[in-house]
Design a protein around this ligand. Structure first.
Ligand code: HEM
Length: 284
């Protein structure tokens, strides 16, 4: 048995020696720009747990970047009536969201005592200032012009967020699709000031009701509705887990960003991206 194992190891070493491009020009580290990426974790306090805090935020921001990449492309595909590729992208977003939700399980290993050791070194920085998170909220339909103001001092982020605020959300684009398919969507829902918060509408709920009652006739729109619900459902799970993690770590202290903390996060649970996709369930 031992001989067979050592034979395998020798074979492995020989194969490696013969096949690997030991002197390749483009290396893994170069392609991924790893030196820069791995230089971005710079704890301020020297406390052990600050590294985890930084890594978890950075991992979440990378996933947010990928969600934005997918969500913008999905919106564009819906606009062009290409639902199948849009579904693939929305499914990918749902998988990424699962990763982002699971991350809290790692963060809860950090106790209030661990966090208190370095909290002062964060100053006023807070996830509240995450411009990618806010862009994703805008793109999904939670429009709030006030939220752009936090970014006024950074021109690039401010302009980007202002632009997305004024563009139709993925839900607005879906309602335009419903209108093209002959559903009775009011004109004021396919052309309006997109920067203003979405107001629920009886005709929109009726349109989704029609789709849910006659799934065979409207299968792709039914599938679109469920993909959107998946996205919102996961977003809410993320919000809820964030809130409970924050409660577990800082209790009812104010946030570093200046809000009331947990009670602010609890209120965000009432926000909805696609209200009629929820109310239609009661109406059915
Ligand atoms: C110890 C860990 C954490 C604590 C204590 C914490 C605390 C808070 C608090 C109190 C707020 C409310 C705003 C404020 O006043 O600061 C907030 C907002 C936020 N946090 Fe965290 N957070 C933690 C981890 C994270 C992580 C890992 C992320 C991932 C990116 C994150 C993303 C956000 C976002 C996006 C908001 C804005 C939510 C909204 O406006 O609806 N947080 N956080």
């Amino acid at each position: 048995m031992a001989n067979r194992d050592s034979d395998k190891m020798t074979q492995y070493a020989v194969e490696l020696e013969d096949t690997v491009h030991w002197d390749q020009e483009m290396s893994y580290g170069q392609y991924l720009d790893l030196e820069r990426l791995l230089a971005c974790q710079q704890p301020n306090s020297g406390q052990h747990d600050e590294m985890l805090f930084i890594v978890i935020h950075q991992v979440s921001e990378l996933w947010l970047k990928q969600c934005l990449h997918e969500a913008h492309a999905a919106a564009e595909h819906i606009r062009e009536n290409k639902l199948k590729p849009a579904f693939k992208m929305l499914s990918r977003i749902a998988r990424i969201q699962e990763q982002m939700i699971h991350v809290w399980e790692v963060l809860v290993t950090m106790t209030p005592a661990d966090y208190t050791c370095f909290r002062d070194s964060l100053g006023q920085s807070s996830g509240f200032q995450s411009y990618q998170y806010r862009e994703l909220e805008f793109l999904l339909g939670n429009k709030n012009p006030r939220m752009v103001e936090v970014h006024r001092s950074h021109r690039q982020h401010y302009e980007r967020l202002t632009q997305v605020l004024h563009e139709p959300s993925i839900y607005d684009i879906s309602l335009q699709l419903l209108k093209r398919r002959g559903f009775d969507i009011p004109d004021s829902y396919v052309k309006r000031d997109w920067s203003q918060p979405y107001q629920p509408c009886a005709e929109v709920e009726q349109a989704w009701g029609e789709i849910y009652r006659h799934t065979d006739e409207h299968w792709d729109l039914y599938e679109l509705a469920e993909k959107l619900v998946d996205t919102e459902y996961n977003f809410q799970k993320w919000r809820f887990s964030h809130m409970k993690t924050v409660e577990r770590i800082i209790g009812y202290k104010r946030g570093t960003g200046g809000t009331a903390g947990v009670s602010y996060l609890a209120k965000a649970l009432d926000l909805q991206f696609f209200p009629e996709l929820w109310s239609v369930r009661t109406a059915m």
